[in-house]
Design a protein. Sequence first.
Length: 109
Amino acid sequence: MKKVLVFLVTSFLYLLISLPVLAAGEDVTKVQSFIQSVIQVLVTLAGLISAGFFVWGGVGYITSSGNPESLDRSKKTILYSAIGLTIVLGSYVLSNIVTQLATGSFGTN
């Protein structure tokens, strides 16, 4: 227990004493564009995966032949893919809003 306490106090003091590293204007723009590119790629992949699950659920719904278990499973697949797509698109919009607010506040462009 004493070692953990010493570690926590030492870590806190290190963080308190350490100097922040500030990036220049061009470096911030590069990091911002990189993060935006990564987010766009992830949103695109998530959209493709969600579309695939929509198709999977639709085919299962059509081919369920009145089987209630298969029909329920297909409905859940469609519902969960819609929820996932909504979360991904919401996070994309939120990241764009945060980027615009940060750009306006810090004036990196």
